[in-house]
Design a protein around this ligand. Sequence first.
Ligand code: NAD
Length: 363
Amino acid sequence: MTKTYKLKVLAGDGIGPEIIKETYKIIDWINATSDIIIETSEGLIGGCSIDKHNSPLTDETLDECKSSDAILMGAVGGPKWDNVAYDIRPEAGLLKLRKSLDLYANLRPAKVLDALIESSALKPEIVKGLDILIVRELTSGLYFGTPRAIEDLDNGEQKGIDTCTYTTSEIQRVARVAFETARKRSNKVTSCDKANVLATSKLWRQTVTELHKNEYSDVELDHMYVDNCAMQLVRNPRQFDVIVTDNLFGDILSDESAMLTGSLGMLPSASMGGEDMPYLYEPIHGSAPDIAGKNIANPLATILSMALALRYSFDSKALAQKIEEAVSAVLADNLRTSDIMSEGCKEITTSEMGSAIVAKLNG
Ligand code: NAD
């Protein structure tokens, strides 16, 4: 029986529209060949929305997102909007979307494909076969805590203030996602914190330990300080399966893990929230204004984000796997966009890459 899903597509700025265009080729292939139908509708987010509505995400677009089954986003931002008011900057649209949908868990897989092993900043023997997943808390911690201000002091100096807070339930729900996901992978979670210094981290460690004891004792758990984790990720990254950590540490560690795989242009992400809210899928890279409009951006992170949507929102694991295999097969044919180009390979454009994936899917 055919099942229909509603996908809200927010292409955004810079290379966003180019990489989303290629992902549409995959969606068209799914609609033509599989037993699911993906109904798409488009909306504005980021700079393009500021230009039209003076808001990086209108309430109307937000409501349309809420009534869809999943959201696929390109990227937001660029120098054109560097000087807009802080509260309507392009990124504020993305933060509003995450907060409104309560997308508290950000999943970022970092996988080293054999064909791209030479693109990694590390030696092949260290990263060969690497397959890790970072689960980052996304709606609390230092990025959302108040008070937040720059205050004028009597002595003429200024003082910057940020606040980091976490509650037990905020930690429990993201840790639960990590344990559940680990059960479907290699059954190991590393919880990363700074419990030797920070109160929020002390609560984090205590809460994760308790949850593990009560509900997930079948999963292997260890705790690691964030500075050690940053070091271990470059020393011996294959020791990890799932890493769960807070908003700030996750932001940094997930970019570090991205470099283990070689290119920002290859890495998808999924953000998950409450049961009745749609999940958000997006590449981890930004809007790459330096290459926008040149048809050279790598669309694979967005295409792989679509594969995650199939896996987590559209109950279509087999289709997700097919797309992931098509990506590996195209790379094994030595076809590359410029960001992952290496000797002996053929450089192709953004649109040629999208078409090459579809050709593999049809093949
Ligand atoms: P970026 O990720 O856009 O680019 C960093 C470098 O990687 C650039 O040299 C770029 O050309 C390259 N790159 C990125 N994606 C690529 C792809 N798919 N194919 C080939 N090369 C790619 O980060 P940045 O330059 O720091 O930020 C640019 C803009 O994007 C800023 O306005 C920033 O605020 C925004 N941004 C948005 C998001 C998001 O939408 N989630 C995330 C990060 C940055």
